[in-house]
Design a protein around this ligand. Structure first.
Ligand code: HEM
Length: 459
């Protein structure tokens, strides 16, 4: 895009408006960014200091430029390291999510092997085992109480699947301890939690109380202890590793990987590999419950497919309607709802000058509702993804990102989603608890302000 169009000026958020927007961003960043877009357009600058530029971008052409056409200029690692307020760097170290350039390339090359068709299919017995246990538990439970904590159960199940398939299928993990430390860590290091801490410290100071916030560090210490034991056990060959840990051990033996690299990659997987899929499945089940006609059609699609080819496994079937439903779910509730990049060099996007070191923020939540590309964008409509309706919208829809840094686990996530959603639908009829649309909010992932619960009846 450089040089093609006359230079323009990026709208600047007026200084007196900054506090209002800052509070909005802390309370509900999804709504706040959308409101700012309504006021300032598809590109604007939140300038907090003389040399700082936080540029929000919300047009598919600009997104294409940043995530694909000129992606070498836009670093994720540097952007996330800058916002040290969330402490993500302490947590994720120099794993794939945080790395850039050759370092990223080497990690990406190594990890790609985990997402080949064969590697993905090898996770099937564990997925089926965990899903079978959950279905047995729910079948028993719904006889007396049809209300099921879908969101929480999905998170726990996907975490178990991730640990068994990527660390080891032999270990007795303390799943609850890992889960609590992880969710605690993500919550406690959110901008919101740190802001509350600062307020508390400020209020208590005149009383002579020196309040120190240590919660996020406590959770991280627990996670580090867990990782440390797992990595020691791996290196001492105390258990048979699977997936990620198997390839990391092979690399370690060749002196290509260090203990710290294994710890960091473990944290990256704990961070990126199950919360996302669990949340996507939860929202897909919610949509099936909220739209009974679609639930019936998806169920018929499954029944017809089984009738035609009774011996084919669910994972090898094609479910076009379910695919539309999942795509629409990821449009409305993209689990990873924001992208951050840092511009290495100055650049121009559609005539707008981007100073070097600017932080770029893209909200896929807002982009997926852009009125020019998604008329009635807040409304659920699976026809959005019929071929003729989706034409030309590749960069208006980015649930898995774009360019070379797009989600490396996408194929695994899609495989798991199909098996789990169809497996649950085969056994249960789903209904919502209330007809009201759930309120949503976001930390790192989009979730309901109340965890999603559904009513289940055994078929
Ligand atoms: C529905 C489920 C998932 C969604 C919506 C999702 C979404 C995303 C997105 C949007 C990014 C790119 C972020 C950016 O560009 O800043 C990303 C990156 C990543 N995802 Fe996923 N993800 C999902 C599942 C998974 C799974 C199952 C795994 C691994 C087993 C995984 C591992 C990763 C990793 C390692 C990266 C960093 C890739 C890189 O920097 O090269 N994700 N994901």
């Amino acid at each position: 895009m450089e040089g093609a169009i006359d230079s323009k000026t990026i709208p600047l958020i007026p200084g007196h408006k900054i506090p209002v927007h800052a509070i909005g961003l802390l309370n509900n960043p999804l709504k706040a960014i959308s409101k700012m877009i309504d006021s300032y357009g598809d590109i604007f600058n939140l300038k907090l200091a003389k040399d700082s530029n936080i540029i929000f971008v919300n047009h598919p052409d600009y997104v294409k430029h940043i995530l694909k056409d000129n992606q070498e200029n836009y670093s994720r690692g540097n952007a996330v390291k800058q916002s040290s307020i969330t402490g993500l760097h302490d947590f994720l170290g120099n794993g794939i999510f945080m790395s850039d350039d050759e370092d990223w390339e080497a990690q990406h090359k190594l990890l790609k092997g985990l997402f080949s068709v064969t590697a993905i299919e090898s996770t099937l017995p564990i997925i089926e085992d965990e899903l079978g246990k959950l279905i047995a538990k729910w079948s028993h439970q719904v006889i007396n109480n049809p209300t099921v904590e879908v969101e929480e159960e999905m998170l726990l199940m996907m975490m178990r699947i991730m640990l068994r398939t990527q660390v080891s299928n032999e270990l007795n993990f303390d799943y609850n301890a890992i889960f609590n430390a992880l969710t605690g860590r993500v919550e406690a290091s959110s901008v919101k939690a740190l802001f509350r801490y600062q307020l508390k410290a400020f209020t208590l100071k005149p009383l002579g109380i020196n309040y120190k916030y240590t919660k996020h560090q406590e959770y991280l210490d627990t996670l580090n202890d867990i990782a440390d034991k797992l990595v020691s056990g791996l290196i001492n060959e105390e258990y048979k590793p699977s997936g990620l840990f198997a390839i990391m051990l092979a690399d370690y033996k060749l002196n290509k990987t260090t203990r710290t690299d294994i710890r960091d990659q473990f944290m990256n997987f704990v961070f990126a590999a199950f919360d996302t899929t669990a949340t996507a499945i939860t929202w897909t089940l919610y949509h099936l419950a909220a739209y009974p006609k679609i639930q019936q059609q998806v169920n018929e699609e499954l029944a017809t497919s089984i009738q035609k080819e009774p011996d084919t496994h669910i994972s090898n079937r094609q479910f076009p309607l379910l695919q539309l439903l999942i795509k629409e779910t990821l449009r409305l509730y993209p689990p990873v709802w924001s992208y951050a990049r840092e511009a290495a060099e100055s650049d121009t996007i559609n005539g707008y000058p981007i100073p070097a070191k600017s932080i770029i923020v893209i909200s896929s939540y807002a982009l997926h509702r852009h009125p020019e590309f998604w008329p009635s964008g807040d409304n659920f409509n699976i026809a959005n993804f019929e071929k003729e309706n989706f034409k030309g919208k590749t960069f208006a829809y980015i649930p898995f990102g774009q360019g070379k840094r797009m989600c490396v686990g996408r194929a695994l996530a899609e495989y798991q989603m199909q098996i789990i959603v169809e497996g649950i639908l085969q056994q249960f009829q789903l209904d919502t608890i209330s007809k009201k649309k759930p309120e949503i909010n976001a930390n790192i992932i989009i979730k309901g302000t109340e965890p999603v619960r559904l009513k289940l009846v055994k078929r």
